[in-house]
Design a protein around this ligand. Sequence first.
Ligand code: PLP
Length: 405
Amino acid sequence: MRKFIYLDNAATSFPKPPQVRRAMMHFMEEVGANPGRSGHALSLEASRIVQNTRENLAGLFHVNDPTRIVFTLNVTESLNMVFSGFLREEDHVIVTAMEHNSVMRPLKYLENKGLIALSIAPCDRKGFLDLDELPKLLRKNTTLMVLNHASNVCGTIQDISAVRDAVGEVPLLVDAAQTAGCCPIDVEREGIDFLAFTGHKALLGPQGTGGLYIRKGLRLLPLKRGGTGSVSEKMEQPDFLPDAFESGTQNNVGIAGLGAGVDFILREGLPRIREHERSLTAAFLKELYDVPGLAVYGPLKAEEQTSTVAITFESFLPTGTENVFSGCGSINLGWLEEGLSPSEAGSLLSEEYDILVRTGLHCAPLAHQTLGTYPEGSIRLSMGYFNTLEEIKAAASAVRRIAGC
Ligand SMILES: Cc1ncc(COP(=O)(O)O)c(C=O)c1O
C-alpha cells in the first residue's frame, strides 16, 4: 500500500488513536441504544458514555459544571448557535482579521441584512491581534467579541487573557477549532464566555462531533427545538442544560469516539502533546530557513504557533513582510521566476512525494488578506501528534527539492 505522509491535520486529524475506533465499535455492537430516552440497561449505558465524554471535555477545558458543555455536529454549528441565539438587532460585534468563514459568513449575513454592525480588529503580518487598537473599536452596543484562538492558515496563537482584558466585560466567543486538544484552554482563568470546538481535529474524535461551552448566566436561545427525552409532558423546550440545546438524537456513536479521543489526550497529557508538536514545528521551521524563493508565514516561532506552517514558492516575496525567510544558498529558481502556484506545489508534494497538504485559501480569505497571500493562498503543512521527526524532515527535504535546492 502507498505510504503517505499526512500533513493535513488542521483540516482533520489522521490517524486517530485506536481507542477511538474501538469506542465507536463498542457503542455500535454492544450498546446501540438511545441515551436519555428509555429506562433500560442499554439506554442507561449509552447515557453513561455520553456523560463520560462531557466530563472528559470539562476536565480538558477546566469547566466546573460539565452540563455547561453541549454537543453539536462541529464548530460551525456551535458558532452559528451563538450568532443566532445570542445576538439581537442593532448589536455590534468585533471579530479579528484572522477569522475563518465559519465566523465571517454568518456574521456577514447578519450585517448585510442590517441586523448587526460588524468591526474587524486589525492583526499584523504574523497574524497577531493588535491589542492597542482593539479597545478603540468598542462601542456602547458591543455585545460580542469573536476570537480565532489559532489561525488555521499559519498557526498564530492569540493570547486569550490579553483579549479578555482589552474588551472588558464584553462576552468573549473563542473559536478553538485549531487549539482544542493541542493547546491549553482554561475557560475560567481566561474569562471565556463561549468556547466553540470541533471534535475531529486535535481532539482526535470522529467527524460530525463538536460542542459549545456556555458560561452560566448568559442567555442563549436554541438553534433547534424538539425532543430531548426529558420533561416530555411539556410542549415547551426545556430551559436547563444540556437539554435546552440538544434536541433530537445526537451523533452518539461519534460522541463515544470523541470521549475516547479526549481520554487519550488526558492520559497522554496535554503538555506532552504540545511539546511534541512544538518540537516538530521548530524542526520544520529550522529546515526551511534558507530555502531560496520560499516564503514562510506566521510567527515563525514554534512557541507562538500551532503545528501549522504556511508557505509559498515565489520569485518575488510580498513587500513589507518581515516574516519571510528569503533565498540564500544556491540559486536554482528556474520555473520559480514565474512563481509556482500553491495548487501546483500541492500537487507536486502529493504526486511526487506522497506528502498530503492543503493549498489555497483554507476557507479563510480574510486571514490571507492579513498575511498578504490573497488571492492565491498558500500551501499549508499541518502536523499532528502522530507525525514523526523523520516525516517532518522528509517534508522539508521535498520542499527544498521543489525549490530547486
Ligand atoms: C479556525 C476554524 N474555524 C472553524 C472551522 C470549521 O470547522 P468544522 O468544519 O469542523 O465546523 C475550522 C476548520 O477548518 C477552523 O480551522
